[in-house]
Design a protein around this ligand. Structure first.
Ligand code: SF4
Length: 749
């Protein structure tokens, strides 16, 4: 086998100079396709329906899918350009093995032998838990289930977690504690029926753009829209009331709103008495959160706190929606519970136009957290520490309960364990922690310490560059399966094209590794539908019950909402109808929350809050969207959003190079002076790697329950960069998306 070091020159030689830019077909390629495939967007949790145009076994464009009810043909900027990822010149076409000079292409037999030999060696030398797995919330339900079973049955390791640990877990934990179930309470079709809507910590217009349409339809129906955010996001600009909360003060604001509602007696005593537990403790907890006290904590004027409570209190129907803005905190779960308190206290849940929802960020943010790829979870949303749940799944899988590993480490903890030398081997799929984890330096040092690392990816991610073996996996459109969108609707992904050249479908790779480990009998799948059948049977009787869902039913109904326990059950678009919650006594739980500050407050040395988030044209760590030319053009590089008052104080103009420093690291980027942010706060989007990574400065400290890092608030100082200082990497888009000549950073063996 000839060595093929994939340096930038080699790739440009091989694929031409247009790396990272529109490779084929032009803008929505014209011409008659061979076929149109009804499937879904590969990006956010809205999971818009789309028809991919396929010609000559390549995805060459798209058509709207008008009949799919969630988006009715509409797509956002990412959705209309998603087809450009297929057939991209950066696509990995064969497995790669590290050499002294970089990587070379290899045959599957060689790489899989290497993977299995190293799994065996590490587990025999250091114990089973020394080999860890990291999955993703963009994986299909089938792959999420497979990853959990592969970890526990084929590898026998406790250490499996997923990148949803950086995304949805605070909401999941809060939902489970309050309602006994982890799912948004309502279908999105309830949003236009609400007369008051609170959107808190959610940049709907950029992160879930198609949901904006639901908010506007509600406003057309006379709804009042209240937006809570440190930034005046696009949807905040159309709100009736905007509350620019100081970063990290969300639970105080919710307590303040509830204080006013209690004081004005705008609470539903009957509902509280019949369907909930522990309201008295909450009433006591919010008693001190007078509007002025709340204003002092949150920076929101007392009069506007009262106004928001009046809008919510007087409405007949209402919905509260949140996303990562309140969840990415060391008290993310408490923030979520404080929102739920507001909804429960007013009894507005379980009815048309009344409810609550967390908007899922990743494509399968909901389903990815349901089927057992979390360290604390077994299929059907079961608890790995619950003896009965353990017995049910062990017996379903045909193994002894004592052979089922116990709870493992969460994603961030896994990297700490690698740094401490406790974990020696890693397999990751669709996870790019070098961009997405806080404190990049710690993540990098962990990757450099691994004895063996194998990554399954369709594109070479920044993290995969550190791997010993990179297995060319599949894009979303190259596999069959299902995902569950943010409202709990299970939808069907269709294979539009096969993986190119010598790349393989992800789950085929995982199953073959299991077979080579001598565990093939546990993974007898001929097609994705076989896995779905198994996961739905495994879920039967669990908290997340898919037992009545089949591919056929999903196709016939354009999605089925779980819980759906039997083939005759119609599915459950709206939860909690009739005030029936999922705790054993049927009642919802209030939780008394006392505000506590973020892990890192501003001080004389670091006097400015920093918060991070997304822009409309990019998605998560950017492995896909940074390769799609028109999306790159739309927002080529991260910028530091800074308010004019702060900019003036620091002598900064738009376009100036500024240095942002925290206790963990620094970065230099161009400034963008905007009036749409609090004067005490800066914002940096996080989609870029290396010197441009916002996570060089964010804080790795975790929520004690959900173990999510505090991405949304840390303390920084900002200064105008000295003359001659370069803006980090801003001209090296191509280089960052390629393998470095040596793949690894200096110092790695
Ligand atoms: Fe894709 Fe989400 Fe945009 Fe819909 S809203 S097109 S699912 S990124």
């Amino acid at each position: 086998m000839a060595l093929l070091p994939l340096s930038e020159e080699t790739l440009i030689d091989r694929y031409g100079p247009h790396l990272n830019y529109e490779p084929v077909g032009g803008w929505q390629s014209s011409g008659t396709p061979d076929r149109l495939v009804q499937t879904h967007c590969c990006f956010c949790g809205v999971q818009c329906g789309i028809q991919l145009k396929v010609r000559d076994e390549k995805v060459v464009g798209f058509e709207p899918w008008q009949d799919f009810p969630v988006n009715q043909g509409k797509l956002c900027p990412k959705g209309v350009k998603r087809y450009l990822q297929n057939n991209h010149p950066d696509r990995l076409l064969a497995p790669l093995v590290r050499t002294n000079d970089g990587f070379r292409e290899a045959e599957w037999d060689e790489v899989l032998t290497k993977v299995v030999d190293n799994i065996r060696r590490i587990q025999q030398t250091y114990g089973k838990d020394a080999f860890a797995l990291l999955g993703g919330a963009s994986l299909t339900n089938e792959k999420a289930y497979l990853m959990g079973k592969f970890a526990r049955v084929a590898l026998g390791t406790a250490n499996i977690d997923y990148n949803g640990r950086l995304c949805m877990v605070s909401a999941g934990a809060g939902n489970k504690m309050a309602f006994g179930i982890d799912r948004a309470a309502n279908p999105w079709s309830d949003i236009p029926l609400a007369k008051c809507i609170i959107v808190t910590g959610s940049n709907v217009g950029e992160c879930f753009p198609i949901l904006t349409d639901y908010l506007w339809r509600a406003r057309d129906n006379g709804a009042k829209l209240i937006v809570i955010d440190p930034r005046m996001t696009p949807v905040a600009r159309t709100a009736d009331l905007f509350l620019p909360v100081r970063p990290g003060r969300d639970s105080a604001l919710m307590n303040g709103l509830l204080h006013v509602l209690v004081e004005r007696n705008w609470i539903d005593h009957e509902f509280i008495a019949a369907h909930t537990v522990d309201f008295d403790r909450v009433r006591e907890a919010v008693a001190t959160y007078t509007p002025q006290h709340t204003a002092n904590i949150t920076g929101v004027p007392a009069a506007n706190i009262i106004k928001a409570a009046e809008m919510w209190g007087e409405a007949q129907t209402s919905m509260l929606l949140h996303a990562r803005g309140i969840e990415h905190h060391t008290k993310g779960v408490e923030n979520v519970l404080s929102c739920i308190n507001l909804v429960l206290a007013t009894g507005r849940i379980g009815r048309p136009g009344c409810g609550y929802g967390t908007i899922t960020g990743q494509g399968n943010g909901q389903g990815g957290r349901e089927h057992g790829q979390r360290c604390n979870q077994l299929p059907g949303g079961r608890d790995i520490e619950n003896p009965q749940h353990r017995q049910e799944i062990a017996s379903f899988w045909g193994i002894a309960e004592q052979d089922l590993p116990q709870k493992g480490l969460t994603a961030v903890e896994l990297f700490d364990a690698i740094n401490e030398g406790k974990i020696k081997g890693l397999l990751s799929i669709s996870f790019n922690p070098l961009v997405s984890l806080p404190n990049t330096a710690l993540t990098q040092s962990a990757l450099e310490k691994l004895e063996f690392y194998v990554a399954i990816e369709p594109f070479m991610s920044e993290t995969a560059r550190h791997a010993d073996v990179v297995l060319a996996g599949s894009l979303q459109e190259e596999d069959e399966g299902t995902v569950t969108n943010g409202e709990g609707r299970v939808v069907r992904l269709r294979q539009s094209v096969k993986p190119p050249a010598n790349a393989r479908v992800d789950w085929h790779i995982i199953v073959e590794i299991a077979q080579r480990l001598g565990k093939g009998e546990f993974f007898p799948y001929g097609q994705a539908e076989d896995m779905f059948g198994e996961l739905s049977r495994a879920s039967s009787g669990g908290p997340i019950d898919y037992a009545g869902i089949t591919y056929k039913r999903i196709e016939e109904n354009k999605g089925v909402f779980w819980p759906c326990p039997t083939p005759e059950h119609p599915g459950t678009p709206r939860l909690f109808e009739g005030g029936k919650f999922m705790h054993p006594d049927g009642k919802a739980r209030f939780h008394a929350i006392q505000y506590r500050p973020p892990a890192e407050e501003v001080d004389a040395d670091y006097p400015i809050f920093m918060t991070s988030g997304r822009v409309v044209s990019q998605y998560l760590s950017g492995t896909q969207t940074r390769r799609i030319g028109p999306l790159v053009d739309q927002y080529p590089n991260p910028q530091v959003e800074i308010h004019p008052l702060l900019a003036q104080k620091l002598g900064i103009k738009s376009g100036d190079t500024v240095r942002v420093e925290s206790r963990r690291g620094e970065l230099t980027l161009p400034a963008l002076v905007v009036k749409t942010i609090r004067p005490d706060t800066i914002f940096i989007p996080y989609h870029w790697p290396g010197e441009r990574s916002a996570n060089r400065v964010t804080n790795r400290v975790l929520d004690p329950i959900s173990k999510i890092p505090e991405f949304k608030v840390c303390a920084v100082r900002v200064s105008k960069a000295q003359r001659g200082m370069q803006i980090a990497d801003c001209g090296t888009q191509k280089a960052e998306n390629l393998l470095s000549p040596n793949g690894r950073e200096p110092g790695r063996k």
